[in-house]
Design a protein around this ligand. Structure first.
Ligand code: ARG
Length: 626
């Protein structure tokens, strides 16, 4: 109900100005605004919204909070715009103002959503134009329009070449995709970047090792398969750790590669192509769209990073390495921690590449992407890496004002024993195997259910449903956790038809859409668009509860956009299906008298549409039947 809450906020602001003009003027001359503190009601019995600002205002005005609240309420009830939306406000406790929307206002909102494919979620641009401060920003010369539609970059998935993509990358892929979807739906241009690790020391090790044990892999495409490559990489790493001569050769090999040696480049290209194809298989299965722009892309920009940092005086040489010492962070013995930008052997590292990436992403086109917001989705283990790199970039002046740079960290994926996820034999789990198993189990569940229900379905149906449900289960189980905590991977839990799971929600969509369809058939027309909105009538508390929950969708999307927590959307959708069930169990729909039936069917349709859109934004395709 964003539009309603914006209108209420405007009414409150006006009431404040009328009731306490001097205080408002004093605050303004000090560069602040008095805030009526409008928020969603903390409990349903308080109504729809509450304004808590009277308490803070009372201190400022040296009056009792109740007197302040009463003065505001007097102004509100005298305001026709307010009274068209809400009932006369109630003052509760020391001075909270409780606001309850009029039934007509709720009905009007439901009616407009039924005809709106965006289900009330405004486009970011339109929001900026409508809001007072947004339009001021817009009219500010050249930056104006560009700001409203400025680019958001989501850096996610980002596995490493010649290494296996692991469950941490899977988490990043699923969470990053969801965030990118939500941001794009809000109308932001989104660049989905796969910052693959295609440039590190691993190539030095791998190429050196392959030259000796499998030189054909360096000159012929697919001479060894990726599994072997990963094994070779492991051996190479072992040798690197144990053998000093090997280490030196491997380091020289990286330098050669980075300097553009044609033989090394060709080998590198082959290795990258091979991994890339393997990653793509996973992305295709999960329906993930990503643009690869690996670490190597930034290679030509690394010297400029050093030069810039040199010019701003941030760069210090310490034991031969060139680094920037961080402010406010210290390591052992209270010594400030450095971000190493160039190692003593002249090589660059992960942090240098990330600095170059930040610089490039914020720089105005054509020299860069001109992003307004850059989001990184990686495990929480990289938090200090990003904190350091962000600080250096900020101090170097690479982040223009009003831009956002955010690390979106997530916890570890654990097995059911609470330890790091492993196969039974103790190996790391391959993503392909994990997805295969989810689909196999989902297929077994489906066949069991079909047998129990005595249903006959063809193989194509079974495969389609099993695949959709299996992959949805993996995605949803991940997204529904608060991403900052570790999460325990359990096929049984994620595939359950009951509880907060993908199968439960997918089933809810099928069932509710079925009811809406059936209702349409009973009414004598399959499609009741348009007609549904006219003259809606609600009387039962379960109907109003569903209405209110449905109308919260736009605010949840706004929260996910701001806080980058997909679990908010999951919780919303799960609660929506529960509120719907209560409604459907307790209030007749198909058997209701004609007038009530049309309104209740409209709620069924809006519920189905909201669940579908919500799941789509999570990256989960829905089913017609299952
Ligand atoms: N390749 C890294 C890893 O596997 C993740 C990269 C994340 N993105 C970035 N710009 N550093 O851990």
């Amino acid at each position: 109900m964003l539009s309603v809450s914006h209108s209420l906020a405007r009414c409150l602001q006006e009431a404040l100005e009328l009731a306490f003009p001097e205080a408002v003027a004093v605050a303004r001359s000090a560069g602040t605004e008095l805030d009526p503190q409008l928020a969603p009601a903390s409990k349903p019995e308080f109504g729809d919204f509450q304004a808590n600002g009277a308490l803070a205002l009372a201190k400022l005005l040296k009056q009792s909070p109740r007197a302040v609240a009463t003065a505001l309420v007097d102004r509100l009830v005298a305001d026709p715009a307010f009274m068209a939306l809400a009932l006369p406000p109630q003052i509760a406790g020391p001075g909270f103002i409780n606001l309850t929307l009029r039934p007509q206002a709720l009905v009007a909102e439901v009616t407009s959503r039924l005809a709106d494919p965006r289900l009330g979620v405004p486009l970011a641009e339109a929001a900026a134009v409508a809001g007072g401060c947004g339009s001021a920003a817009l009219s500010q010369a050249d930056g104006g329009l560009a700001m409203a539609s400025a680019l958001v970059i989501v850096d996610f998935s980002s596995p490493n070449i010649a290494k296996e993509m692991h469950v941490g990358h899977l988490r990043s892929t699923i969470i990053g995709d969801c965030l990118a979807r939500v941001l794009a739906f809000r109308g932001h241009p989104v660049l989905r970047l796969n910052h693959v690790g295609d440039w590190g020391t691993q190539f030095g090790m791998l190429i050196t090792h392959l030259k000796q044990v499998a030189p054909e892999a360096l000159t012929t495409a697919d001479a060894v398969d990726l599994g072997d490559l990963v094994a070779f990489y492991r051996q190479a790493k072992q040798r690197f750790d144990d053998d000093e001569v090997f280490q030196t050769t491997a380091r020289e090999e990286v330098v050669k590669l980075q300097a553009g040696d044609p033989v090394s480049r060709r080998a590198w290209q082959l290795l990258c192509d091979q991994s890339r194809r393997e990653f793509q298989l996973i992305y295709d299965r999960l329906g993930i769209d990503l643009q690869e722009r690996g670490e190597s892309f930034y290679n030509p920009y690394l010297p400029a990073v050093v030069a810039d940092l040199e010019a701003t005086g941030l760069l210090v040489t310490d034991e031969g390495a060139r680094c920037v010492f961080l402010e406010g962070v210290s390591g052992k013995e209270g010594k400030p921690l450095p971000v190493i930008v160039q190692k003593s052997d002249g090589g660059f590292n992960y942090a240098t590449t990330d600095l170059a990436a930040i610089r490039y992403r914020f720089a105005a086109p054509p020299a860069g992407d001109g992003a307004r917001r850059v989001i990184y989705v990686t495990d929480a283990g990289q938090a200090s890496h990003f904190a350091g790199v962000f600080q250096v970039a900020r101090r170097a002046g690479w982040i223009p004002e009003d831009r956002r740079l955010e690390h979106v960290p997530f916890g570890l994926v654990q097995g059911e024993d609470g330890k790091k996820l492993k196969t039974r034999s103790g190996d790391t789990v391959r993503l392909k195997d994990l997805l295969d198993e989810a689909v196999e189990r989902s297929e077994a569940d489906l066949r069991r259910r079909l047998a129990e229900e005595g249903r006959q379905e063809d193989e194509a149906f079974i495969r389609h449903v099993a695949t959709t449900v299996g992959l949805a289960a993996v995605k949803y189980a991940d997204l529904t956790q608060n991403r900052t905590t570790n999460y325990q991977f359990s096929f049984d839990r994620m595939l359950a038809l009951q509880g907060n799971t993908a199968p439960y929600l997918l089933y809810a969509v099928v069932r509710i859409a079925g009811i809406a369809r059936k209702g349409g058939e009973l009414e004598g027309g399959g499609d009741q668009d348009g007609a549904a909105g006219v003259g809606l009538q609600f009387s039962e508390p379960q109907e109003w509860a569903l209405v209110r929950h449905l109308l919260g969708f736009d605010a949840v999307i706004g929260e996910v956009e701001e806080e980058l927590l997909p679990n908010r959307l999951c919780t919303y959708l799960f609660e929506l299906s529960q509120v719907f069930n209560r409604f459907y169990d307790q209030v007749p729909v198909l058997k209701a008298p004609a007038e009530a039936r049309a309104s209740r069917l409209a709620l069924c349709r809006l519920t189905a549409d909201t669940l579908k859109l919500g799941l789509t934004l999570l990256g989960i395709p829905t089913l017609e039947r299952m």
